[in-house]
Write a protein that binds this ligand. Structure first.
Ligand code: GTP
Ligand code: MG
Length: 833
């Protein structure tokens, strides 16, 4: 369908020659397909899919009782390529024929320069064409104005419309009030405006800026307050928007404030202009947040037509500093600690000033909490210091003191990542380079892992200046847990986010797959070699659940500092980024940046300890053992740790099945303790017979030497095997096999153990000679009453049972396992943790 003139566009009748007004009707079939796709996205909630949230609103003025549905996507989903529309702010409704139509259409989501591939400067320069229309990034809340099929004017904020119960005045209601008074001033009604918008099949997009209603960062006193019109979009799935000249014209006609506009012809000039304004952060004597640049873009200018396209350019300072001041002031007022990471010296001075002013004037605090007087307090301070905004923001540069020099320890590095980003590699490299600790969530098994993880991190800080919290922390709730728990237990600890930015998911997926499949089974939980299908599923799960860092709100605002990392970069690059960042923010922690060679070596060693190439270091166990445990990588590196004990592992399901069968037949009295263990989840998740612990090496030196040799040989064999197939090294090689015969279960009110006999496979009636158990009675600990009762106390219980038997007086029970079944056992060395 070609462009036609709108049915009653009132602005085109004016004398000046204006650009042709864009127009296109909605195609009911196309909109029906769109709504269908959106509904599916709401229902499916598939990880691999984008997800949409739908909310229904009634429109109070609509005589026909028309309602609108708002559709909301996750911010990060806009970076996908398969959305049915990229509108940020989208409402649909139905017309009188019951056909779906787009009621309200926001802009296509647009990004900051360098935030996505398309907005990298090189691409902007190649793929866009002018004229470039620059508008100030206005700084209030966005308001959409459009018309329903019955010519009702509908006024919305980004995702809702109408009154809300939880606030005095919702954004959309505030916008609507503004519209009413603005139209009254020019003698027009909402119906007039509705008819015009309906005829255009368009949504008017404006910024509500009003310090009376809600003060943002930039000042809008009474004379400047109002609705600043900045766009008119056609109500279509694809993005089509009016040229700014027509927008300005519409604004004048309907009593909107005009958004300041600067038109520049070439991209080179645009860039030059933006970069010059960025130096001061102010434009025309006013502090600004940034610019929105409207132009046209084609992904392939030779073959694909240009379409409307926006990007933004945000200024860092002094805007960010002002925002920080505002947040700190609010913290101050509510008696919470003010947190700030940048502009430390000047912010301290500002807060000192603010503290005094607030103490002297309680009304100031009350007003401030309602977002009033923020700018005034700030300006008073700047005046008092005789500084302007950009001087204040540059204060550090001029006066030194870039970071928080007092921090010398207690720093926790928290990755925000998915599988295969290189967390463990980087942690190992930092360990080698800077002596940092390393706690791997993957090494923690059993219940209540999160609090144990936190506890282990804090313990690690006792002996290391910093520690890496090696866990994906891909979801906000995980970050919340960690931040909260840490701050509760250790107030002065600093949490630094290692932010593996996920903007190009397919590139990340590719790199992560390559790495994880090269790693094979050499991981605690991700066994890419033997369970490849499952592993892909797990990896996709993490990618799907990944929630990007959002410093503007809880929980992520709790981070003390952030390093952005690209997961597709090699770990060497990321190690250096982290080190440089830490040196800058905590110069007392990283006093100087290690040499490039040292960083090379540390990263190479970290990567290499997974690969067969440098595997000799495994056999050469002496050197690598014992040293600080954080230096080494899991799980291969575990082998560099000393042998803790030799055990026969038995399949857990077979054991629990035998126990269940036994206790099912017993009286309630006799089975009570078993029930208790079950209900309190105190039955071991895995079962083994300990043959010998290294503590017994003095008593049985020859046996220990024999077991040690078996272990070393098995490791060497596993390494050779891996080299042969260029695959990963089996981290727990089997030393041999032996059958385990279950004889009886012995227990009191504290713990339960199975008395077993080890039987050689080929010599089935005799107790094994090869696999000697040094305990008086070989056994499997089934479970203990609570964590205060240690499994090794089984030896004491069984010794008592052997002496006294089972009597009413000693409270020991002893039940024979029916049929004395034989279970297959695998002998393995267990290394110290
Ligand atoms: P999970 O624990 O599975 O979540 O992964 P992770 O984030 O801890 O990643 P890990 O450090 O285990 O890295 C994955 C694999 O990639 C390992 O086999 C690493 O040795 C390898 N690897 C990490 N960084 C690099 C790198 O810079 N280059 C190459 N070639 N391999 C790397
Ligand atoms: Mg890992």
């Amino acid at each position: 369908m070609g462009d036609v003139q709108p049915k009653s566009a009132q602005t085109v009748t004016e004398a000046r020659v204006l650009p042709k007004t864009p127009y296109k009707d909605q195609d009911p079939r196309e909109i029906a397909a769109l709504v269908h796709a959106l509904d599916e996205a709401v229902k499916l909630k598939k990880r691999s899919q984008f997800s949409a949230k739908k909310s229904r609103f009634s429109v109070k003025d609509s005589p026909q009782g028309i309602h609108v549905d708002s559709w909301k996507f996750n911010d990060w989903d806009y970076k996908r390529r398969d959305l049915p529309t990229y509108a940020r702010g989208l409402f649909t409704s139905k017309n009188k024929y019951g056909e779906h139509e787009i009621a309200v259409r926001g802009y296509d989501k647009f990004f900051n320069t360098n935030e996505v591939r398309e907005t990298e400067w090189g691409n902007i320069e190649e793929r866009t064409r002018g004229p470039y229309e620059l508008t100030l990034k206005e700084n209030g809340c966005i308001i959409f104005i459009s018309a329903l099929a019955d010519d009702t004017l509908v006024v919305c904020s980004k995702h809702s419309t109408g009154a809300r119960e939880d606030v005095e005045l919702s954004h959309s209601s505030a916008g609507e009030k503004r519209i009413e008074s603005q139209l009254a001033k020019i003698g027009k009604t909402k119906e007039d405006l509705a008819r015009d918008l309906r005829a255009r099949n368009a949504t008017a997009v404006a910024e509500l800026c009003d310090d009376e209603f809600e003060e943002h960062i930039l000042a809008y006193g009474p004379d400047k307050a109002g609705l600043y019109l900045h766009g008119i979009n056609l109500n279509l799935p694809e993005f089509r928007t009016y040229p700014s000249e027509l927008v300005q014209d519409f604004a004048r006609h309907w009593g909107f404030h005009e958004t300041e506009l600067k038109v520049i012809d070439t991209i080179a000039e645009v860039r030059q202009f933006l970069e010059s304004v960025a130096e001061t952060g102010a434009h025309d004597g006013r502090d600004v947040e940034g610019f929105v640049i409207r132009c046209q873009m084609s992904p392939k200018p030779d073959s694909i037509p240009y379409s409307d396209w926006f990007f933004k350019y945000k200024f860092e300072e002094p805007y960010l500093m002002y925002r920080q001041w505002r947040e700190c002031t609010k913290a101050l007022i509510s008696g919470k600690p003010a947190r700030y990471k940048k502009h430390i010296a000047i912010t301290e001075q500002y807060l000192l000033y603010a503290r005094k002013r607030i103490a002297a004037d309680p009304k100031l605090a009350r007003d401030y909490n309602k977002n009033h007087g923020i700018i005034q307090l700030r300006n008073e301070f700047l005046e008092f210091k005789n500084l302007n905004g950009s001087d204040a923001a540059n204060f550090e540069l001029q006066h030194g003191r870039g970071g928080d020099a007092e921090v010398t320890k207690d720093v926790i590095l928290v990755p925000i990542a998915t599988i295969g980003c290189g967390k463990t590699t980087i942690a190992a490299a930092l360990g080698k380079l800077l002596g940092y600790g390393h706690i791997q969530n993957d090494n923690i098994t059993g219940t209540k892992r999160p609090p144990r993880f936190t506890r282990m991190l804090l313990d690690e800080l006792e002996t290391h200046p910093a520690v890496i919290a090696d866990r994906n922390n891909a979801q906000r709730h995980e970050r919340k847990q960690l931040l909260q728990d840490v701050k509760q237990l250790h107030l002065s600890a600093k949490l630094v986010a290692l932010n593996f930015v996920h903007d190009d998911i397919s590139a990340i997926r590719k790199v992560a797959h390559e790495r994880v499949f090269a790693r094979g089974d050499n991981h605690q939980t991700i066994h890419a070699k033997s369970e490849s299908g499952k592993v892909i599923g797990i990896m996709e799960g993490f990618l799907g659940r990944y929630e990007p860092l959002d410093l503007s709100r809880a929980p992520d605002e709790g981070f003390d500092s952030v390093v952005d990392l690209d997961p597709t970069d090699g770990s060497r690059v990321n190690v250096e980024k982290i080190v440089r960042h830490l040196h800058q923010v905590y110069p007392g922690l990283v006093k100087e940046i290690p040499s490039a060679e040292a960083m090379d070596a540390a990263t190479e060693a970290a990567i290499g300890s997974y690969t067969p190439a440098i595997r000799h270091s495994v056999v050469d166990r002496g050197k690598a053992t014992q040293k600080s445990s954080h230096l080494v990588l899991q799980p291969k590196a575990v082998k560099k740790k000393p042998l803790e004990y030799i055990a026969v592992h038995v399949n857990a399901k077979s054991i629990t099945a035998q126990l269940q069968r036994t206790f099912d037949k017993l009286s309630p009295e006799k089975s009570r303790f078993y029930m208790q263990l079950q209900q309190t989840r105190r039955i071991q998740p895995a079962f083994h017979v300990t043959l010998m612990h290294r503590m017994a090496a003095k008593e049985h030196p020859e046996l220990w030497a024999r077991y040690l040799k078996l272990q070393t040989d098995a490791e060497a064999a596993a390494a050779d095997e891996a080299e042969k197939v260029s695959g990963p090294v089996d981290p727990t090689p089997e030393l041999g096999q032996v059958d385990v015969q279950l004889e009886r279960v012995v227990y009191d009110g504290r713990l339960m153990a199975l008395v077993v006999r080890l039987v050689d496979k080929d010599n089935s009636d005799n107790t094994s000679e090869k696999w000697t158990c040094v305990n008086k009675i070989s056994h499997i600990t089934v479970g203990t009453r609570d964590s205060n009762v240690k499994p090794k106390e089984s030896n004491d219980l069984l010794a008592r049972w052997l002496r006294e038997g089972s009597t009413d007086a000693n409270g020991i029970y002893d039940v024979v396992i029916d049929g004395k079944p034989l279970l297959a056992g695998s002998v393995q060395g267990v290394l110290s943790r």
